[in-house]
Design a protein around this ligand. Structure first.
Ligand code: GTP
Ligand code: MG
Length: 317
């Protein structure tokens, strides 16, 4: 199949074509670049939502319920679930799959898991490409589900228009979120498992932390804190309403375009860095490094000097 055949099948939301395209991206296939180029004019319509938080917080359950609600309104949904590979959370995967299956039988829903195995650096780039493919395929919403641990996962969560951080009532979760950088990326918080004790306290604790950060700019968005019980489908309607409120805010202030532009800037920079790194260590430079290492060890040159020399060599190459 040619790239343009594949592209036109994707624009008709052909599931097998979508699956194939994401696999091309995942496998670093040379056709992927050409395909994304062919699809580019169709991108930009999907609204991207990131759902992140600690392992087991209920992200998949929330994603499924949110998807069902969106479907009941006639909206189509593409889901990218970034699998946690941690041995502590790996057990939840089976349950995940079963829950996701409910929604994935539906033609208006496409679910894709991407694994963190191996290529941690490359994963966020691939997840963003996969979102672009779902966007070009015409899905109204693209949801990223990632575990809020590690930089790569945070990067994916940040690739959304609206990022939701899911926490649970257990004490310490808010503090943990602060430490792991989740506080900064949240457009709003969801305290899930609100059927458990301590939910109100958790909401209050979060709100207290948030008020300390407010800068009182006129168009500042103050992240709201919602409560849900995803397993009983409680609070999902409020969650969707909040996504829409945030979307309206971004659109009416012009921040959506800025956010998307910032996202692309970051993406190009990341790609440039990856490309430079990939091209940099030629045989010649590796040999030069080895030779200069002896000089460093003999205290005749410094690592800084050697690094600068290597970079200069690359500029001239
Ligand atoms: N009591 C209670 N349990 C819930 C709620 N929401 C989800 N759960 C349960 O919590 C467990 C984990 O839910 P998941 O949706 O798989 O959580 P997750 O955040 O996607 O988990 P990972 O992807 O493994 O990080 C499951 O057993 C759910 O049934 C809730 O609101 N209350
Ligand atoms: Mg999950």
């Amino acid at each position: 199949m040619t790239t343009s055949d594949l592209a036109s099948r994707i624009s008709n939301r052909d599931r097998r074509a979508v699956a194939r395209a994401i696999s091309l991206v995942e496998n670093d296939s040379p056709e992927a670049g050409e395909l994304l180029r062919a699809l580019a004019p169709r991108m930009g319509h999907a609204y991207r939502v990131g759902i992140t938080g600690p392992p087991g917080a209920g992200k998949s359950t929330l994603t499924s319920e949110l998807t069902k609600l969106l479907r009941s309104q006639g909206k189509t949904v593409g889901i990218i679930a970034v699998d946690p590979t941690s041995p502590f959370t790996g057990g939840a995967l089976l349950g995940d799959r079963i829950r996701m299956q409910e929604v994935s039988m539906d033609k208006g829903v496409y679910v894709r898991s991407m694994a963190t195995r191996g290529s941690l650096g490359g994963l966020s780039a691939k997840a963003k490409d996969a979102a672009d493919i779902l966007d070009a395929a015409g899905f109204d919403f693209v949801i990223f589900e990632t575990v809020g641990v590690g930089q790569s996962e945070l990067d994916i969560a940040k690739a959304a228009d609206t990022t939701i951080v899911v926490l649970v009532p257990e004490s310490g979760d808010a503090v943990q979120a602060m430490k792991s950088g989740l506080m900064e990326i949240a457009d709003f918080f969801v305290v899930n498992k609100s059927d458990r004790e301590g939910a109100e306290q958790a909401v209050r604790a979060l709100k207290t932390i948030l008020t300390m950060r407010i800068t009182h700019a006129a168009d500042e968005w103050i992240p709201p804190v919602l409560q849900t019980t995803a397993s009983k489908n409680i609070g999902i309607d409020k969650m969707l309403a909040e996504i829409e409120t945030h979307r309206d805010h971004l659109e009416s202030t012009g921040k959506l375009a800025l956010r998307r532009k910032a996202r692309e800037r970051e993406r190009v920079r990341e790609l440039v860095e990856a490309m430079l790194r990939f091209d940099f260590w030629t045989q010649e430079r590796s040999t030069l490094l080895e030779r200069e290492l002896d000089e460093i060890m003999a205290h005749k040159r410094t690592s800084f000097e050697v690094a600068r020399e290597l970079v200069t060599v690359s500029r001239n190459a």
